[in-house]
Design a binder for this molecule. Structure first.
Ligand code: ADP
Length: 302
């Protein structure tokens, strides 16, 4: 197979590992800078151009689209979909996953465990919003934040009210969430590939920090998850329409609750923590799922 990897930087760990894993299995892979792809949409034959020439045929495309380029990245990916290329995660699923509120609404429809979460527009509704999520301590989140940035813990109702007011005043979209105290600064990242959890790690927040993101100084270690956590992660990825996903769970007293579902999960943390060849498992999944490119037989002459 010839695999295209949509990524801004070929030196990133996850990108390098995907190439290595593809080549180790006898495939070829090429990194294409998402923002250098441009497309011809109006013609009957949709096409993608790259740095001056029409892009070659890929049997599969692995999107590694960063949050800051979601809009353009999804447009490029959609163009590959128009051309009939197999994509590991499709553009609709990726754009869903980038909106935390939309994701939670989809997950709630499937009856999956979630922290109690509220969303409001008017400052007049703040006091009731706070009561709805059981009062302080509570978590306030920017809908489009990543790596823990824009996630704030408010210890008192008063603090919550003023932070929410400030965000609303700045026209920032936020949601307010019950604080899962019993998770004690730890979350569980489940890496789903196809219909399996292929690896899981626990991320523990640094001392004095409630956010367990590795970018915020959290540390990772391999963890055994329960059958309930495993099925929650698989159902969450499926509800989002993602075949490769990083599902983040918190261990609440009443069972696992989903924090978020990531459509371009980083491979470095989880491969290091578990020693598993996740990139290889992703490539194996692609080889199994991508229909082999159809060779059009030449027309008989005459
Ligand atoms: P991001 O997408 O920016 O990583 P998250 O919603 O995953 O944002 O939050 C970052 C981290 O903050 C989580 O991994 C978790 O450790 C902590 N956290 C977030 N929401 C809650 C909550 N409701 N209760 C307890 N901890 C939380």
């Amino acid at each position: 197979m010839h695999i295209g990897i949509l990524s801004r930087n070929s030196r990133l760990y996850s990108t390098r590992r995907l190439i290595e894993a593809a080549e180790a299995r006898g495939h070829t892979a090429r990194v294409v800078d998402t923002l250098r792809c441009y497309m011809n949409i109006a013609s009957h034959r949709p096409s993608i151009h790259y740095k001056g020439a029409e892009i070659e045929h890929f049997d599969a495309v692995v999107p590694r689209i960063g949050a800051s380029v979601t809009f353009y990245g999804c447009a490029v990916l959609r163009q590959f979909e128009m051309m009939g290329t197999y994509v590991v995660n499709d553009s609709v699923a990726i754009s869903r996953s980038r909106d935390k509120l939309r994701s939670l609404q989809l997950l709630s429809r499937k009856g999956l465990g979630l922290p109690v979460t509220g969303f409001a527009h008017s400052p007049d509704d703040i006091p009731d919003l706070i009561t709805m999520v059981k009062g302080a301590p509570l978590v306030i989140k920017l809908l489009e934040g990543t790596q823990g940035i824009g996630v704030v813990l408010a210890e008192t109702n008063q603090a919550a009210e003023s932070v929410i007011q400030a965000f609303m005043g700045m026209k920032a979209n936020i949601m307010v969430q019950e604080y899962i105290k019993e998770a004690r600064g730890a979350d569980i990242r489940c890496l789903v590939v196809g219909d399996k959890v292929v690896a899981s790690m626990k991320r523990q927040a640094a001392d004095g920090e409630f956010r367990s993101n590795l970018h915020r100084g959290g540390t990772a270690s391999e963890i055994r998850i329960t059958p309930e956590e495993r099925s929650t992660a698989i159902r969450a990825a499926k509800a989002m329409g993602l075949s490769v996903a990083g599902v983040d769970l918190l261990r609440a007293n009443h069972g696992p609750v989903i924090m978020e579902v990531n459509s371009s999960p980083g491979l470095q943390g989880i491969e290091t923590a578990t020693g598993k060849d996740i990139a290889g498992l992703i490539i194996d999944h692609i080889a199994k799922s991508a229909a082999p490119a159809k060779k059009i037989p030449p027309k008989p002459k005459g």
